[in-house]
Design a protein around this ligand. Structure first.
Ligand SMILES: [Zn+2]
Length: 447
């Protein structure tokens, strides 16, 4: 017996050195769970065991439509049996309902065994409501209040807006946009997370292709305009944003397009056309340069700016044709000085365009103003309405937490902060007819 025992032992010793215990499947995952607690938190939980002490645990989260993933190192006590969790605080690092993605865990023990769990899907949902859904390949539309006719009315209008927008501007919607309609303000603000201004009527998050709008069941017509408005923003933004998510185009054009597609056929709402007409009559139009950046915060000037935006977009399409509008959008995507882009596509700079437009609508020629060049802004002037919402910094949440005791490996680059568009004023004016003056004042909340 002893004669073969010694060679066998030697073989085992050799095998142990030659093939250290790195076999797959040594670490066993005993629990792996995602819990959606929108709007509070998303919870990723893991439990595992291994013959050797598990000393490294990392969670990777990849949000659909974003180029980079985020890696998190939750705290835990290394042991042969471990459980830990990563809590994504939605109040600090906001994500809207409808966001989906994948996550997976990487575990390692002291013997060098590693395990990566299969990629699992997750989705952020506002389960406080019982959602109804209508969808086609370009749009997923959700609502819970107002009944079938209400939802169908808004959905049909959104589909119509997409088809006109695609036809006119040459953009194509190849990623399904999600629209979530909230039937009352309390539900809506609960879903927006912290920091929302009380005049906000809708919000578009182009990073995710998701729109949230507050449409009360009694405000169907207003809701159609609001839906088309936000949808236009999000489609244009998705199409022309640069590789880093930055977008640069004149604010008057961004809002002008959004107002232009609020109604089909494109007709300027009386709440904007009134101020526009008065400004033409009294020669008090705002210069295009002055509304290339942020819109005025003053309510009357803001409504005039929306009206002018519509009017100039309408002029460009009538005078130059939709193909030139499409070319302008392409040029803004490529980036550059606004004047250079207008010259390149329309043969006039901002002032030249303004002069032609003024003549077209019957306004007096503009007085020669000191010339100020409009530089493209590095951060989006784009899409931010008069009082832009700025999402709270995600820093505390998205930075990897140190694991115990292993020092944290470098975090992968995290996704840029979503660009958020909040539209209030455009709707505030249109809302007058539906909610009355008191109601509309709430949309401003600053007056
Ligand atoms: Zn807008």
């Amino acid at each position: 017996m002893q004669r073969w025992l010694i060679p066998t032992l030697a073989l085992f010793v050799f095998a142990a050195f030659a093939f250290p215990a790195r076999a797959e499947g040594v670490i066993a995952v005993t629990a792996n769970k995602f819990t959606n607690n929108f709007p509070t938190r998303l919870l990723f939980q893991i439990a595992a065991r291994s013959p050797a002490r598990i000393s490294k645990i990392a969670l990777t989260v990849q949000v659909d439509g974003q180029t980079s993933s985020s890696r998190y190192l939750p705290e835990f006590t290394p042991d042969v049996q471990v459980d830990t969790s990563y809590e994504w605080n939605i109040q600090r690092n906001y994500v809207p309902p409808g966001v989906s993605g994948q996550f997976w865990w990487m575990l390692q023990d002291d013997a060098g065994n590693q395990l990566q769990t299969p990629k699992q899907n997750f989705r952020v949902e506002d389960s406080a409501q019982t959602w109804q859904k209508l969808a086609n390949n370009k749009l997923a539309f959700y609502w819970y209040a107002g009944g079938d006719g209400f939802g169908r009315g808004l959905f049909d209008r959104a589909v119509e807006a997409i088809s006109y927008l695609e036809k006119d501007t040459g953009v194509t919607v190849d990623q399904q946009v999600q629209i979530w309609i909230y039937g009352n303000r309390a539900d809506f603000f609960r879903a927006l997370g912290p920091g929302a201004r009380d005049w906000t009527g809708g919000r578009a998050l182009p990073e995710y292709g998701i729109i949230l709008i507050n449409v009360e069941p009694g405000a169907l017509e207003w809701g159609k305009a609001a839906t088309a408005h936000e949808l236009t923003h999000i489609i244009i933004h998705e199409r022309i944003r640069g590789p880093l998510g930055s977008i640069s185009m004149p604010q008057w054009m961004d809002e002008g397009l959004a107002v232009y597609y609020e109604t089909i056929p494109n007709k300027l709402d009386g709440q904007f056309s009134g101020p526009l007409k008065r400004a033409i009559d009294s020669n008090t139009l705002l210069s295009l340069r002055s509304i290339s950046g942020n819109f005025p915060s003053n309510g009357n000037d803001a409504s005039l700016a929306y009206g002018e935006g519509f009017s100039v977009v309408d002029f460009i399409i009538r005078r130059y044709g939709a193909s030139k509008l499409a070319q302008l959008l392409q040029a803004f995507k490529a980036g550059g000085d606004f004047d250079d882009i207008f010259k390149q596509v329309l043969n006039v700079d901002t002032d030249g365009l303004e002069n032609l437009w003024r003549k077209d609508i019957g306004a007096k020629p503009r007085e020669v103003a000191p010339r100020v060049r409009v530089a493209p802004s590095p951060m989006p002037t784009f899409g931010l309405s008069t009082d832009p919402f700025v999402a709270p910094s995600p820093t505390p949440q998205a930075v990897a937490l140190n694991a115990t005791p292993a020092p944290a490996p470098a975090s992968e680059p995290r996704a840029p902060e979503p660009i958020v568009i909040s539209c209030g004023n455009a709707f505030a004016f249109a809302a007058l007819a539906f909610f009355g003056a008191m109601r509309a004042r709430n949309y401003f909340g600053r007056g």
